[in-house]
Design a binder for this molecule. Sequence first.
Ligand SMILES: [Zn+2]
Length: 280
Amino acid sequence: MSDAAVTLDVLFHGVLPSPHGYVYRPDGNRVIRTLRGFGGGSVPLPCLSFVLRHPTAGVILVDTGFHPALVERGAADFGFPLRVIFRSVRPEPTAFDAQLRERGIDPGDVTQVVMTHLHGDHTSGMRLLPRAEFVVSADELRTARGRGAATKGFVAAHLPGDARFRVVDIGRDGVPFGPFAQSIDLLGDGSVRLLSTPGHTPGHLSVLVETADRGTVLLVGDAAYTRRNIDERILPLLTDSDGDARRSLDALHEYGRENPDVTVIPTHDPEAWRELVGHE
Ligand SMILES: [Zn+2]
């Protein structure tokens, strides 16, 4: 536990309807499950970002929401080919920057953002934060800048220059934390911990937050799309590495089992985030 507990707010940016078999991998070999993966009804995946307020460090965001261009023109903002995959996105009418202002935060004043990963549905609003430094893992930035990134869900036009990133090498500098092989205590007071949870992408981070009002909250990012993925240890249809994704799911599962009071929030869980806004 930490003395410097933070408060946590969730921002809702829209819904990305996704095939059931994309979220929960069907049985069968790669060909069969890919064919099945795009059937079976649709799961309304929410798109979220988070606002932490730390007593001394101030506002820290986790991921970003949707740019006004996305709100106005929809999936075109993702560029090709992601706009095809995300063509059914239903953005909220209030863009990310306006949502921050509604909460008394000037986007120009934001200085710290933790990026769980750099997929397009998390990076759209990076362009709205001109003074922010983006904390990202070394593996993630390397992949987002690398060959074939556009075909792996990264949108180069969303990303700022290298100087705007604070790259953490969690594989080199991280220390074990519970079932997680690597962690970094972001502020040195235990209030915000980065956990290495690769598999969805090579450098994916989850974020463990000690809050003043909600106890411990685990922001899973996309290491699992939903709580069911964790509870039943079901991989999604697509991963960067099945082995890493499986290990990360196992660690999340074990952590949740050992810490039943922790609120576990996968970014795309249709229901979990509502607990953070007091809905049923
Ligand atoms: Zn996502």
